[in-house]
Design a protein around this ligand. Structure first.
Ligand code: SF4
Ligand code: SF4
Length: 228
């Protein structure tokens, strides 16, 4: 799973929308668990994933870090959580001995998406089939069914917004010359969007909006203080 790449290199160039049919359904994966191995730090998590984990597994980020199922990595200067690959086989912590996803109903957004990829174009999302990532035979399925995500339109709105926040944050942290300050802001970002436990019974999108407002106002204040 590549984060940022040239579309022609990683797909056949065809783009799909949520109502389109796409050849992505691997029919239960038939004893294959290739994409749950050796993924390094690429299965990054977003705040919605963390809320879903909390809702389904009743644990917060700290618990996942402690048990080793989730690790922290740095993406373009920003600390983000990702699914941890463990042991000699570098397998996902949640992959069962039988080769199934042990948290299937709560698996992350990137796990639900695979073998599709997402393409961000202005204020809309499109999807493509990742080339060379999953060689199993596939049948056609509607993109929205494959994504297996409730309130899909709202979710896509969140993804676009999260992408903007990440891009701004990457740019902003990149301008910080003081390493200590970079670390401090990173920890603040992590705490705001990931580490402060979400209310699993409350609506995710409302909680995300509150945190975004909090982050923006903290950010503005610190920015002024740093400049001043
Ligand atoms: S590589 Fe394809 S068939 Fe294999 S587990 Fe992943 S999605 Fe399923
Ligand atoms: S969470 Fe499930 S689908 Fe995702 S990598 Fe782990 S075992 Fe595979």
């Amino acid at each position: 799973m590549k984060r940022f790449a040239n579309l022609e290199e990683i797909s056949d160039g065809k783009l799909y929308q949520t109502r389109d049919m796409v050849k992505a359904d691997c029919l239960g994966c038939k004893n294959c668990s290739k994409c749950c191995h050796g993924m390094g730090d690429t299965i990054t998590l977003d705040p919605y994933d963390i809320w879903r984990f909390r809702k389904g597994l009743h644990k917060e980020l700290r618990d996942f870090l402690e048990e080793g199922s989730v690790a922290l990595g740095v993406v373009d200067g920003v600390i983000l959580p990702h699914m941890a690959m463990v042991g000699e086989e570098e397998r996902c912590f949640f992959l069962t001995d039988e080769g199934w996803c042990g948290i299937h109903p709560w698996r992350s957004g990137l796990c639900r998406l695979f073998p599709l990829g997402r393409c961000y174009e202005g204020d809309r999302l499109q999807y493509f089939v990742q080339r060379g990532e999953c060689e199993q035979p596939k049948v056609k399925v509607k993109v929205e069914k494959w994504l297996d995500t409730p309130q899909l339109q709202q979710y896509e709105g969140f993804l676009l917004e999260w992408r903007n926040i990440l891009n701004q944050t990457i740019e902003q942290f990149g301008r910080l010359e003081d390493i200590e300050l970079q670390r401090e802001w990173n920890l603040r970002f992590l705490s705001c969007f990931f580490a402060t436990p979400y209310e699993w019974e409350a609506d995710f999108y409302e909680q995300f909006a509150q945190r975004r407002t909090l982050w923006n106002s903290w950010n503005e204040r610190e920015h002024k203080a740093t400049e001043g």
